[in-house]
Design a protein around this ligand. Structure first.
Ligand SMILES: [Zn+2]
Length: 281
C-alpha cells in the first residue's frame, strides 16, 4: 500500500531522489509486469533511465514525500523490457487505489498539455505559467487551465424499481443509469431533468446529489444524482438508447464494472431496497 497523495505544481527542494513516473503513450500508461503484478515505475533519472525520451513532463505532487511526475512519450513507441503500455480502465483492479488516483490526475495533465501547445485564440505557441497549472499565450495573454467537462449521472426510481438503459455507445450489452454532459447555462439539476426527458421521455422529481467521480475518459467529472419518477411513459431516443426499462433488486441485467460511479449508484439502490425488504421480513 502507498500513502496519501499531496498535489502540487512544483517539487520541494529536497525532492531530488527516486520518483514515481506516470508515463503515457497516447492514453496508455507504462506499467511494470512483475510476476503478474503491475506497478508504476520508480525512477531516479526519469524516463531516460528506461530508454524513453519524454516530449513533455510535469510534476504532479508527492506520495509519502516522494515526487510524482507525468510524462508523455510518442504514440506507438515500444515499451521498455518488462513493461507495457496499458489502458487506464483495465488497470483499475490491478493498480493500488492511490496510484490509480494519481494516474487519473496524470492522464488529464498530459492530455491538457498536449492539446494546448498553441493558443486557442490567436494560434501563438503557449508557455507555462509560473507556479500554477496553466499555460499562457505570450502574445494575447489567454490562459488555459486543464479542462474538466462536467457530466451528470442519475439513478431514477419508481415503486422500488430502478431505471436502467442500454446505450448505443456501450461496447458490451450491459445496462446502466442515464448520463449526459452539462450544457452552457444549465444547473446540474436541469441537466438531469433534460437528459432523462430527452433519452427516455420521463419527468422527474426529488433530484438529490449523490456523489462525484473524476472520469478521465478523457476529461469528465461525473456528478451523481438520485431522483424519483414523476410522470410519463418510457419512450427511448433511438439515436442514443437501444433499450430501457424498470428493474427490481432481484431482476437486474448485466451491469457496469465496479470502477464507475454508475455502479455505486446501482449498488446503493440495491443496498437500500434489500435493507427495506429485510425489515419487512
Ligand atoms: Zn493568444
Amino acid at each position: 500500500m502507498v500513502g496519501k497523495f499531496k498535489p502540487a505544481v512544483l517539487p520541494s527542494s529536497d525532492q531530488g531522489g527516486p520518483a514515481w513516473w506516470f508515463i503515457f503513450s497516447g492514453h496508455k500508461l507504462l506499467v511494470k509486469m512483475e510476476s503478474g503484478l503491475q506497478g508504476i515505475p520508480v525512477l531516479r533519472d526519469g524516463p531516460q533511465e528506461v530508454g524513453l525520451e519524454p516530449l513533455r513532463y510535469h510534476f504532479l505532487g508527492s506520495l509519502d514525500g516522494e515526487a510524482c511526475y507525468s510524462a508523455e512519450v510518442p504514440e506507438g513507441i515500444d515499451p521498455p523490457p518488462g513493461m507495457l503500455f496499458s489502458g487506464l480502465r483495465s488497470l483499475f483492479d490491478s493498480l493500488d487505489g492511490t496510484l490509480y488516483r494519481v494516474a487519473v490526475v496524470a492522464v488529464q495533465v498530459v492530455d491538457w498539455d498536449r492539446m494546448h501547445q498553441f493558443c486557442g485564440r490567436c494560434g501563438e505557441r503557449t508557455e507555462y505559467k509560473e507556479g500554477v497549472r496553466a499555460k499562457e499565450c505570450p502574445r494575447c495573454g489567454l490562459i488555459s487551465f486543464p479542462r474538466i467537462s462536467p457530466a451528470v449521472i442519475v439513478a431514477v426510481e419508481r415503486d422500488e424499481k430502478l431505471l436502467l438503459a442500454r446505450a448505443n455507445r456501450f461496447p458490451t450489452a450491459f445496462y446502466s443509469v442515464l448520463a449526459g454532459f452539462v450544457e452552457p447555462g444549465e444547473t446540474l439539476e436541469e441537466t438531469v431533468a433534460r437528459e432523462v426527458k430527452e433519452e427516455v421521455g420521463l419527468e422527474l422529481t426529488n433530484i438529490r446529489y449523490f456523489g462525484s467521480q473524476p472520469w478521465p475518459f478523457p476529461d469528465s467529472l461525473m456528478i451523481g444524482f438520485t431522483a424519483q419518477y414523476a410522470g410519463g411513459e418510457i419512450c427511448i431516443d433511438e439515436t442514443e438508447i437501444v433499450e430501457a426499462g424498470w428493474f427490481g433488486p432481484d431482476e437486474l441485467p448485466l451491469l457496469p464494472g465496479k470502477i464507475s460511479i454508475a455502479r455505486q449508484l446501482i449498488d446503493s439502490f440495491l443496498e437500500r431496497h434489500r435493507k427495506e425488504a429485510s425489515h419487512i421480513r
